[in-house]
Design a protein around this ligand. Structure first.
Ligand code: BG6
Length: 502
C-alpha cells in the first residue's frame, strides 16, 4: 500500500461464503483495518451471499458481533457503524441461476444507486473450489462479468485452486472461457504477509546481500512452515487434501520463488510474476526414483503440545480412522539455473509440530579454517541469515565473534532486526493488502494461471507416487515433535541438519 493513503476505487465487494469462517476471521477484520487506515473509498458497499436465508438486518448484526469477537482490543464503534451501514445480504441455493443470481443482480443495482457507486464490483469466492466455476458462470450469465464503460469486474478465488495439475488446468480453462485473465485474482494469503513482501525489498532494496545471494556463497536454504495446531474443524477438507497439496504448491513455493528469483525489471505484476515463474520452471522435476529420495511424508500420532495431551490425526473429527493422509511433508528442491546449481532448497511443513514457526534460513558456506589452525578454535560455524516469517517477525544474522580473553576463541553472536521494535505491533490479518490491491487492480501479489499450473506440475509426480505406494508406517511422528525421523535423514544424507528454531 502507498505510504500516504490513496483510497481504493469506489466499488461493491460481493462475498460468496459470507457466513463462513474466512469471512469472520480474516475478511471482516481486514475490511475494518482498511477503513480505519482510510484506504476504503467513501462510496463502498459489501454484499454478503450465503446458502442461509437471512435478512440484511440479521446479517448486519452478525457482522457487528463478529467484528467485536475477531478484532483484537475491540473495534472502534464509529468504524463498525460505517461498515454496517453499507453491508447487505442475500441468500439461497447456489445452483439456482435465476433466483439467487437474479437477487444478487437486483441488490447490486439497488446498492450502487443508494450509495452512488459506479459499476465496479469484485466477487470474493470464499467457498469450496468445486463452486468456483459454477458461481462464476452464473454471474457471467446474469451479465455481471462484463466490463464496460470503464467499469471493472474482478473475481477473487481462495485456494486450493484445483487438487492436481489436471484439475487446475481445467479450472483455469473454464474460467478463462468466461472472463479474462486480468479479471482473475487467485489468492495466496502468504503474499499478504509483511515479512513475505519484505523478502523482495530486503534482497533488492539493499546492496549488501544480493552480491552474495548465489551458489558461490550459499550452501543451502531451509524453509520451514511449522504449525502446532492440528486440523481443527477442517478434518473433512484436510483428509482429502493432505499437507503436500495444502501447503506446497502455493505457500511454500511462494517462499521458494521469492527467495530464489532474479531481480524483476520493475515491480509491475507481470514483471515480478515472470521471474517467479522462471524459478518454478527451473525446479528439477521429480522422477519416481527421486520422490523416494527427495520427498518425505508423515502423519502425527497422539502426543503432547504445551503440556497438553493431543489426539492422533486419525482420531480428529471428520478424519477416516485408517486415514493415510500425510500431515507432514519435507522436500528437497534443486533449482537448475546458473545462480542456484547445486544449492539445495529443503522445505518442510506440518501440523502438530513442536512449535508454530515459519522461517527461511540462508546457510552460507564455511569460511576457510586455515587462520585458526594454531588456535583453540575447534571449528568455525557457518554464517546464517534467518528471515522469521512468523511469529516474532524479523531478520537475524548469525556470525562468529572473538570471545574476549587472552586466547583466540570464536563464539556465535547475532544481529537482530525485530519488526515490533521498529514498526510497533501490527494488527493486520494479511488480507488488507490483498483486498486493497484487488480494489486498485494490482495483481502483483496474486497467482497467474501459469504459476498455479507450474506449482501443480512440481508436486503432481509426488502425489502420484504417494498414491501408488500408500504409507505403511503411519502414524510416524508424535504430536509435539519436529516430524518423522525420515525428515532428518533427508538432510543427514547430505551432511546437513534442520535448524529447529524453537
Ligand atoms: C492455509 C492452509 O492455506 O494456510 C492451512 O489451508 C494452514 O492448513 C494455513 O494452517 C497456514 O496459514 P498461516 O497464515 O497461519 O501460516
Amino acid at each position: 500500500m502507498p505510504e500516504k493513503p490513496q483510497k481504493a476505487d469506489p466499488c461493491v465487494m460481493v462475498i460468496f461464503g459470507a457466513t463462513g469462517d474466512l469471512t469472520k476471521r480474516k475478511l471482516l477484520p481486514a475490511l475494518y483495518n482498511l477503513a480505519k487506515e482510510d484506504f476504503l473509498p467513501h462510496t463502498f458497499a459489501i454484499i454478503g451471499v450465503g446458502r442461509q436465508e437471512m435478512t440484511t438486518e440479521e446479517f448486519q448484526k452478525m457482522v457487528v458481533d463478529e467484528m467485536k469477537e475477531f478484532i483484537p482490543k475491540g473495534p472502534d464503534e464509529k468504524i463498525v457503524k460505517w461498515l454496517k451501514q453499507r453491508t447487505y445480504y442475500t441468500g439461497g441455493d447456489f445452483d439456482d441461476d435465476k433466483k439467487l443470481f437474479g437477487d444478487i443482480k437486483k441488490l447490486i443495482s439497488e446498492v450502487t444507486a443508494e450509495h452512488q457507486i459506479p459499476d465496479n464490483y469484485f466477487f470474493y469466492m470464499a467457498v469450496p473450489p468445486s463452486l468456483f466455476g459454477n458461481v462464476t458462470q452464473k454471474l457471467v450469465k446474469n451479465g455481471l462479468g462484463r466490463e464496460e464503460n470503464g467499469n471493472w469486474r474482478r473475481f477473487v478465488y481462495e485456494k486450493p485452486f484445483g487438487h492436481d495439475l489436471d484439475s487446475a488446468k481445467k479450472l483455469n480453462s473454464d474460467l478463462l472461457r468466461l472472463i479474462k485473465e486480468d479479471q482473475i485474482y487467485r489468492i495466496d494469503h502468504y503474499l499478504g504477509k509483511e515479512t513475505v513482501q519484505n523478502i523482495l525489498v530486503f534482497r533488492f532494496g539493499n546492496s549488501i546481500f544480493e552480491p552474495i545471494w548465489n551458489r558461490n556463497y550459499i550452501d543451502h536454504v531451509q524453509i520451514t512452515v511449522a504449525e502446532s495446531l492440528g486440523v481443527e474443524q477442517r478434518g473433512g477438507y484436510y483428509d482429502s487434501a493432505g499437507a503436500l497439496r495444502d501447503m506446497i504448491p502455493n505457500h511454500m513455493l511462494q517462499l521458494v520463488t521469492l527467495t530464489a528469483m532474479e531481480p524483476p525489471v520493475s515491480f509491475e505484476a507481470d514483471a515480478v510474476r515472470d521471474e517467479q515463474t522462471k524459478i518454478l520452471h527451473a525446479i528439477q522435476a521429480f522422477q519416481p526414483e527421486s520422490v523416494l529420495d527427495h520427498a518425505v511424508r508423515g502423519q502425527y500420532g497422539a502426543g503432547e503440545i504445551d503440556g497438553k495431551k493431543v489426539p492422533a490425526y486419525r482420531d480428529e473429527p471428520d478424519v477416516a480412522p485408517h486415514s493415510n493422509t500425510e500431515t507432514f511433508a519435507a522436500l528437497k528442491f534443486l533449482i537448475d539455473n546458473w545462480r542456484w546449481a547445486d544449492v539445495p532448497f529443503y522445505v518442510r511443513t506440518g501440523k502438530r509440530l513442536a512449535d508454530r514457526h515459519s522461517s527461511i534460513i540462508i546457510e552460507f558456506k564455511k569460511a576457510p579454517f586455515i587462520l585458526f589452525r594454531e588456535t583453540g578454535v575447534e571449528r568455525l560455524r557457518t554464517n546464517r541469515l534467518v528471515i522469521h516469517i512468523q511469529p516474532d517477525e524479523g531478520i537475524t544474522l548469525h556470525f562468529g565473534a572473538k570471545i574476549p580473553g587472552p586466547i583466540v576463541n570464536v563464539g556465535p553472536v547475532d544481529m537482530d532486526f525485530d519488526y515490533a521494535d521498529y514498526f510497533g505491533d501490527q494488527v493486520a490479518t494479511g488480507y488488507e493488502r490483498l483486498l486493497y490491491d484487488c480494489m486498485i487492480g494490482d495483481a502483483t501479489l496474486f497467482q497467474r494461471a501459469d504459476m498455479v499450473e507450474a506449482g501443480w506440475s512440481i508436486v503432481t509426480p509426488i502425489l502420484d507416487v504417494w498414491n501408488a505406494i500408500p504409507a505403511r508406517d503411519f502414524p510416524d511422528y508424535a504430536a509435539g515433535s519436529w516430524g518423522p525421523e525420515e525428515s532428518d535423514v533427508l538432510l543427514a544424507r547430505d551432511g546437513r541438519e534442520w535448524k529447529n528454531l524453537a
